[in-house]
Design a protein around this ligand. Structure first.
Ligand SMILES: [Fe+2]
Length: 227
């Protein structure tokens, strides 16, 4: 992915966030230059990779597969200095984009439509060998429990949410013609390295072509703390 594209996506998401009256933490607004002066006081941001995260799953087709994401808070299953058992994220999913099918072995998460268009979440129970089960799926959504056939696309209009249990396959698409979506995620502590089981093997961070200076650093780009 070109850095110029990443910069443009971040600015787009800032605009979408503003449009919906949401405010993001200060560290999301630091420039690369400002990051250089940050001390160990901010280790939690570096260690838990809070902040901006643009993923194209390494496929190089961001407009089709991928999204922009801010990790607002998270614990760290590998570091007992961080005992937070929960996480919160904010995502922008553009019309035409999708997030690939996956489940989590451990994490339970709520996916929340915070505003904009409608999001369609496809759900399947998983089989023991990681396939799609042909069994009905129990949906938990804003206090309502109901059953749908395997592979149903559950529609979330702004304000609605769905609870994704471990081992439940899910992907998401924006419903065509409804516009970009600001999506929230409230979940158990997030461990992207070990807890994502994709239906098809897939990468994580984009490889970046530096064609202009970074507007914001991504969560895997922070410099070491200033002593
Ligand atoms: Fe997920």
């Amino acid at each position: 992915m070109k850095r110029s594209k990443i910069n443009a996506v971040i600015k787009d998401m800032e605009k979408l966030i503003k449009e919906h009256g949401f405010e993001i933490p200060p560290f999301c607004n630091w420039t690369p230059e400002e990051w250089k002066s940050k001390s160990h006081e901010y280790d939690e941001i570096r260690d838990n990779m809070l902040g901006w995260d643009i993923t194209d799953y390494g496929l190089g087709r961001f407009d089709e597969v991928g999204f922009a994401l801010i990790t607002i808070r998270n614990g760290n299953v590998k570091d007992d200095r961080y005992t937070k058992p929960y996480a919160e994220k904010l995502l922008m999913v553009n019309e035409g984009q999708m997030a690939p099918m996956h489940f989590h072995w451990n994490k339970m998460e709520d996916i929340i439509n915070r505003g904009g268009g409608n999001i369609l979440i496809t759900v399947y129970n998983s089989t023991e060998d990681g396939g799609f089960a042909d069994t009905d799926v129990t949906v938990h959504s804003d206090g309502r429990t109901y059953t749908v056939p395997a592979g149903t696309r559950v529609r979330l209009i702004p304000g609605e949410s769905i609870t994704i249990q471990p081992y439940l396959y899910h992907d998401f698409h924006v419903e065509e013609g409804t516009g970009d979506v600001l999506l929230g995620e409230v979940s158990m502590c997030n461990d992207d390295e070990n807890d994502n089981r994709f239906y098809e093997p897939i990468g994580r961070f984009p490889s970046i072509e530096e064609d202009e200076p970074a507007y914001r650093l991504l969560c895997n780009e922070y410099p070491a703390a200033k002593e």
